[in-house]
Design a protein around this ligand. Structure first.
Ligand SMILES: Nc1ncnc2c1ncn2[C@@H]1O[C@H](COP(=O)(O)OP(=O)(O)O)[C@@H](O)[C@H]1O
Ligand SMILES: [Mg+2]
Length: 312
């Protein structure tokens, strides 16, 4: 590759280093460091009260850090809050009540608050309502929406000004299973448009299929690269179930494949989906009556549990 063909350096959408914030004597965030890349979904994971919302408010420029450095789309929220506000879409964990405004009025007003002309804001609002399947509620007051519909409106609201970065605070909270699946699809679509998404949750399983990267947080601190490596490792664990468990274990032993025994079969380590496909084909070809085969549970959950164990 010649120097002319080299891609420009990729700057992260969010870069935060050593961020801290206290409320009186409560040290809500002690030391948070994270990077959120464009085109990816990054999870911010940790138990209730560990400081996720406080950190996200600081990233959104809505709360001042006591210490640390934050850059959002290259801008510092302390000195360039307008640039940060334009770059960020914020979906709070609780949607404020907008009473009698209709869904479309709400989105139009939010758009106008970003200085988008009314007609354009309205058109954008309509297209977003269509995207989150709320078009039939366009002219109805927001108070008639169910919890799941409100979350969808809240997501649309966060997207009105086409932000480069989206912060979603516990977006799946209180959603029924169907709405969760839809949320996952929306979030993946938003990332595929090249936006950076940071999504917080204390419920791990719902994030597993949604995220590319994970940042773990505990008692106000982010836990660094160890966690990311553990997630990558956990993702390589597959579980195989066989009608004939002995035949499975014999085949693995004969082929010198390391495995752990698990009820109804075995756990093996597989690098990626292509290798999983080969392994499955090989097992079936060898006459092992495999009836189930897949990743061994939630990678994020395994990591979280392992970290909790470390701290005990
Ligand atoms: N405005 C506030 N005033 C006082 N304490 C707060 C405030 N906001 C958050 N806290 C405290 O800071 C800690 C972290 O809270 P939060 O960031 O909401 O955590 P999470 O979102 O992970 O549940 C908690 O102990 C919480 O009680
Ligand atoms: Mg919170």
């Amino acid at each position: 590759m010649t120097i002319l063909e080299e891609a420009p350096p990729i700057t992260a959408a969010i870069q935060a280093t050593g961020v801290a914030r206290a409320f009186g004597s409560v040290q809500a965030v002690q030391d948070a460091t994270l990077t959120v890349e464009r085109g990816k979904v990054t999870a911010l994971i940790g138990p209730n009260g560990c400081g996720k919302t406080t950190l996200m408010l600081m990233l959104a420029g809505l709360l001042r850090p006591d210490a640390g450095e934050i850059r959002v789309a290259g801008a510092d929220p302390r000195t360039d809050s307008a640039a940060v506000r334009a770059a960020i879409g914020w979906m709070p964990d609780q949607l404020g009540s907008w009473d009698n405004l209709s869904c479309l009025q709400t989105l139009t007003l939010v758009g106008q608050s970003y200085r988008i002309p009314a007609a354009q804001a309205r058109a954008k609002g309509l297209s977003l309502l269509r995207k989150v399947h709320l078009e039939e509620f366009a002219d109805r007051p927001t108070r008639v929406l169910s919890r799941g519909q409100k979350q969808r409106l809240s997501l649309a609201r966060a997207l009105v000004h086409d932000p480069a970065v989206l912060l979603l605070d516990e977006p799946a909270n209180g959603l029924d299973p169907r709405s969760r699946v839809e949320l996952r699809q929306y979030v993946r679509e938003i990332a595929a448009e090249g936006r950076a998404v940071l999504v917080s949750s204390h419920v791990l399983a719902e994030l597993d299929e949604m995220v590319d990267d994970a940042v773990f947080m505990s008692k106000g601190r982010t836990l660094g690269d160890d966690a990311a490596r553990m997630v990558a490792h956990a993702r390589t664990r597959y579980r195989v179930w066989s009608l004939d468990v002995d035949a499975l274990r014999r085949a693995l032993t004969d082929a010198s494949v390391p495995f752990e025994e698990a009820e109804g079969g075995a756990m093996v380590s597989i690098a990626d989906e292509a290798h999983a496909q080969q392994a499955l084909a090989w097992l079936v070809g060898a006459g092992v009556p495999v009836h189930r085969f897949g990743p061994a549970g939630s990678a994020l959950e395994q990591t979280y549990m392992a970290m909790e164990e470390d701290r005990r």
